[in-house]
Design a protein. Structure first.
Length: 172
């Protein structure tokens, strides 16, 4: 089987109507054409957006709101029952601690900003992504059954990571 490898970097010449080089699916003029002219996003902007996003209630499943069980729950971006449990000690994993913008501003060196802390596996690697029904049903093959190497399971694990990226990119 021949696989296509996509190059994802700016092209020397682009027309306004061309699909953007970043593979977003948008036309270049609606995506990266004037990106360098946009105001820079600061660390403070991202912290504010993440704090606001914790109130996100929309399920990311393509069928939402159909069959949704309610608000989005804290979905795992990393498989909880296998991956996180495998590296956990007493149901906790090491995680990069979060620090408020104000706390970071007071620090003058990177080592004091980065804090490693223990986090329970129920809270580790989560984001408000899917309602309980869609999270449970969609990821059941990789959460409740023994791992089987298959394209579907690989896709499901990738979907989690992509969903997290989609969620974060839509914050700002």
């Amino acid at each position: 089987m021949i696989e296509t490898i996509f190059e994802c970097h700016p092209q020397p010449k682009m027309r306004k109507g061309d699909k953007c080089w970043c593979l977003s699916g948008y036309r270049w003029k609606d995506c990266h054409m004037n990106r360098e002219k946009l105001p820079k996003i600061t660390l403070e902007d991202t912290h504010k957006a993440e704090a606001t996003a914790q109130q996100n209630t929309q399920c990311l499943h393509p069928d939402a709101p159909h069959n949704c069980s309610g608000n989005a729950i804290r979905s795992h971006s990393v498989q909880k029952n296998a991956s996180l449990k495998a590296i956990a000690k007493k149901s906790h994993v090491l995680s990069m601690g979060t620090m408020s913008w104000g706390e970071m501003e007071k620090r003058d060196d990177v080592k004091s900003i980065i804090k490693i802390k223990k986090l329970g596996i129920n809270k580790a690697s989560t984001f408000p992504g899917f309602c309980n029904y869609h999270d449970t049903e969609l990821f059941k093959p990789v959460e409740t059954k023994g791992w089987k190497h298959s394209k579907r399971n690989a896709f499901l694990l990738s979907l989690r990571a992509i969903s997290l990226e989609y969620f974060k990119k839509n914050l700002l």
